[in-house]
Design a protein around this ligand. Structure first.
Ligand SMILES: NC(=O)C1=CN([C@@H]2O[C@H](COP(=O)(O)OP(=O)(O)OC[C@H]3O[C@@H](n4cnc5c(N)ncnc54)[C@H](OP(=O)(O)O)[C@@H]3O)[C@@H](O)[C@H]2O)[C@@H](O)CC1
Ligand SMILES: Nc1ncnc2c1ncn2[C@@H]1O[C@H](COP(=O)(O)OP(=O)(O)O)[C@@H](O)[C@H]1O
Ligand SMILES: [K+]
Length: 487
């Protein structure tokens, strides 16, 4: 599991080392780690043209020291100082000693010919979008030839939330220090950070336990244990699906198929799409009656394509009245938003899976801080909230959160959410803790998207088709295989 630490948590850990007089060492570790990544990205130092955008804080100091290391190896380094009087003095001296050039925001910045641009404008001390001068140069960097690399955090991105208010530096790579910050992997910030590289500067022993996490393939593999010699079709966890309708059986077919393909023990279906489900999945146990007619299950998935009329409402209420885990998706979310008391007060886990428009039906739009929004709704309803997006966020009522690392825009296709709810129901039926299980489902769904899209555009049914292969590859520790960048 990768911990995501806020700026305050990072500063608190830094303070312990600063109190021990280690300030210089911290910055040297950061700058050296940064220079090493830059060298790797450049492939060579000698003759490479590097522009540093340097703000007045320690973030600029990191850029200056790293620039000095690159200059010492023969790179042609130009530092653009936004505030010449306040630039990190030791960093500036080091750059000058190594032969780097120094200019101001109006000077010859080299951006039009740069091989690499380092964004040391602001780090975790930044507030709001970039100021005018910084915004102008960030824009030129984005449209110029140089590979854009952010120092610690892309300037203009809120390190804690990923919110971007105004202009920000668009990085292809971000080299971050001590811990991955949430804003690099969630919301708008994710798009500005690009590939995240974590540099260890010795903070780990002093960091507070993270309240937000990213799962790796190894974490998710623990939810995908193959059956043992004493297992049978019941012991692996039976999932029940209430979804679809006679007119629209597609959602039921996708959801049931995803549940079957994730953990092929037993899936029961109850509802008016029974004929369609039977035809598509002869392995499912199907009834056109009520949930109570379906037989025993260990978790329910309710919602995709089930409608929102009185019949649908009574089916949802029946499922929510059980003491079993329930996934509330799609039409079931619409009904739960109208009547939150259907969910509040349940003792068994409930997992709500809204996208932004469905989330808003519960009263408040998501806004720029997706983790806090998901946490608030989770605490309000006493339910796990899986907020879909390019980086899906999962929050538990106690504030524990997860940000998914495997999202791919290929998942933006009709029925993709129905597949996710089937995967999730299947994993929840094993009885594992709901929030981490929801995060594991989002991870697996994203991996399925990556695998299915390797050959071209995908349909939701392609996700279902590749699920067994996806499970196998995740079990096999596929992080490297699948190009997981993580941190
Ligand atoms: N502590 C340590 O030992 C270590 C710290 N490390 C590094 O230090 C970084 C934190 O440094 P920090 O605290 O000095 O703040 P920092 O991010 O440079 O920002 C302050 C500057 O930004 C400016 N500014 C603010 N908003 C702005 C905006 N919207 N647009 C434009 N400018 C804006 C603000 O200007 P002011 O408001 O003062 O005019 C001020 O000049 C951290 O991210 C990591 O890189 C590592 O070396 C490891 C060891
Ligand atoms: N741009 C994107 N990048 C990554 N994932 C996405 C993107 N757009 C949608 N998704 C994912 O695709 C799924 C879509 O779900 P949903 O909107 O419920 O679709 P549907 O209702 O058609 O089944 C979610 O898991 C969401 O996280
Ligand atoms: K920065």
């Amino acid at each position: 599991m990768i911990g995501l630490s806020t700026a305050a948590e990072v500063r608190a850990a830094e303070d312990v080392l600063l109190a021990a007089g280690r300030e210089g060492a911290l910055m040297q570790r950061a700058a050296t780690g940064l220079a090493v990544v830059c060298l790797r990205l450049l492939g060579r130092a000698h003759g490479a043209r590097v522009t540093l955008l340097v703000g007045a804080g320690n973030n600029g100091g990191d850029a200056l020291f790293a620039g000095a290391q690159l200059a010492a190896r023969g790179a042609r380094v130009t530092a653009v100082l936004f505030d010449a009087d306040r630039a990190h003095p030791a960093g500036l001296a080091a750059l000058r000693r190594a032969g780097g050039r120094v200019t101001g925001p109006e000077g010859p910045d080299g951006l039009d010919r740069a091989d690499l641009v380092l964004d040391g404008i602001v780090g975790i001390g930044g507030r709001g979008g970039l100021r005018t001068e910084a915004a102008r140069l960030a824009e030129r960097a984005a449209t110029g030839p140089g590979l854009t690399v952010a120092v610690d955090v892309p300037s203009g991105v809120d390190a804690d939330t990923g919110a971007v208010e105004g202009a920000a530096f668009a990085a292809v790579h971000t080299v971050t220090f001590g811990a991955v910050k949430p804003g690099l992997v969630v919301g708008e910030g994710r798009g500005y950070a690009g590939t995240v590289h974590l540099v260890d500067i010795g903070l780990a022993p002093h960091l507070a336990p993270a309240r937000a996490h990213q799962l790796t393939d190894a974490d998710v593999a623990a939810h995908l244990e193959p059956p043992g010699p004493t297992d049978d079709k019941y012991s692996r966890g039976v999932v029940g699906v209430v979804a679809g309708s006679a007119v629209y059986p597609g959602a039921a077919v996708l959801c049931t198929g995803a549940a079957l393909r994730t953990r092929p023990g037993l899936v029961r279906y109850a509802g008016t799409a029974a004929d369609g489900v039977r035809a598509a999945w002869p392995e499912a146990i199907v009834t056109d009656g009520r949930p109570g007619d379906a037989g025993r299950v260990q978790a329910w998935v309710a919602g995709p394509g089930m409608g929102t009329d009185d019949d649908a409402r009574s089916v949802l209420a029946e499922v929510l009245a059980t003491d079993l885990p329930v996934v509330v998706d799609a039409d079931a979310l619409t009904m739960a938003a109208r009547e939150p008391d259907l969910v509040r007060g349940r003792t068994a886990p409930t997992v709500l899976t809204p996208h932004d428009r469905e989330f808003e039906r519960f009263g408040v739009p998501v806004g720029g801080d997706r983790i806090s929004s998901a946490r608030r709704l989770a605490a309000d309803l006493g339910a796990v909230v899986l907020l879909k997006g390019d980086a899906t966020v999962v929050a538990a009522p106690d504030g524990t959160a997860f940000v998914n690392a495997t999202g791919t825009s290929d998942l933006a296709t009709a029925g993709s959410g129905d597949v996710l709810s089937g995967v999730l129901g299947s994993l929840l039926a094993a009885g594992t803790p709901a929030a981490e299980t929801a995060a594991a489902a989002a991870h697996l769904h994203g991996r399925a998207g990556q695998i299915a899209a390797a050959r071209g555009p995908i349909l939701a049914s392609d996700l279902v088709r590749v699920l067994p292969d996806t499970v196998g590859r995740v079990r096999g520790g596929g992080d490297a295989l699948l190009g997981h960048s993580g941190a």
